[in-house]
Write a protein that binds this ligand. Sequence first.
Ligand SMILES: [Zn+2]
Length: 344
Amino acid sequence: MTLRFYDTASATVKDFQPVYPGEARLYYCGATVQGAPHIGHVRSALVFDQLARWLAFRGYKVTTVRNVTDIDDKILVNSAASFEPDYAGNHPREEWWALAYRFERVFGDAYAALGIAAPTYEPRATGHIPEMHALIQKLIDDGHAYPAQDDSGDVYFDVRSWPRYGELTRQRVEDMQDAPDADPRGKRDPRDFALWKGHKADEPETAGWDSPWGKGRPGWHLECSAMAAKYVGTHFDIHGGGLDLRFPHHENELAQSTAAGQEFANFWLHNGLVTYQAKKCPSRSATRYPPSRCSPRPVRWPCATTWGRPTTVRSWTTDPRHCRKRRRRSSVWRPCWSLRAPRG
Ligand SMILES: [Zn+2]
C-alpha cells in the first residue's frame, strides 16, 4: 500500500516517492532553547517521531534531523535579564550560551519523558557557521542577497529577486507583512529578511562570529536551510514543523534554499498546535506543568490522532482529586495535562 501525505506546499495529498529508493529523509524544526517547554513546544517532536517510526515500520531506512536553535534574540534577552540588579530568578549572571545549554537539557528531559526517540542528528546552529557563510555567499553571488548599505553588518535576502517567493503559503509579496527582524533602513524592500545579523554594541562579544560582512550572527531562517542541506542533502523527502512556522520561517527557508539552486523538500508536513481556550498554549504553563512530569500515553495518543489539527488542552490541573478520578477511568491516565482530540 502506498503511503500518502498531505503536502502543505501544494495543498494536495500526494503519494510518497522517496528521493533515494528505500530511504526516507526527514528534517523538522526543533526548539529555540530560550526557556522551558510546555506541551505545545514538544508536539512537533512527538508527531514527527511517530511519523519516523511509521516510516521505519514500512521498511524505509529513516534519517531524521531536528535542529537546536541555540543563538537567538530571545536567548540573548533572557540572558541579559539575569544580569539586571533586580533579577529574582535562580540563575543570576547566566551567559547566553549557558542558558541555551540548560534549556536544551530541559527539552531533552521532556522528549525522554514522552518517549520521543532521539533523531539521527540533532545539530546546533552555533556549530554550523561556516555552512551558513557559504550559503549566504552563494545567494549574494547569484543576486538573491545583499549586504545592508547602512554599515550595520546585516545581510538580507532580496525577496523581489526570487519570483517564486510566496509559493509555500500561496501569497503575493504585495500582501505580505514586513520582516521585523532588523532596522528596515538598510533594506531594499521592508519584506527582505535577515540572513546575517551584524553585531550590536549591547550584545555580548561571544554572541558574534567573524564573517566576510563583519562580525555577527546568523538569522533564524538561514540556520535551518544550512543544516538541512548538510544532514539530509539538498534534495530530501520531508520537511516538517508546527503550523505556526509556515510563514515566515518555512517560506523563507524554501526561498533561500531554492534560490541557491537546491531542490529542497518534496513534502512539507505541518502539525497542528496545542491550544488552550482557542489560543496557543500560554508560556506560563511551561513552568507550572512541565512535559517531563507527563505520562506519555495520554499525551501521545491525542497528538497522533489529530495530526494537522489542533489538540486542545482541556485542563491544566494537577489537583490530586482530579488525577485520582481520572485514574479510576483508565489505568494509563495520570495526567498533568488533559488533552482532547477534536471531533471529525
Ligand atoms: Zn526551521
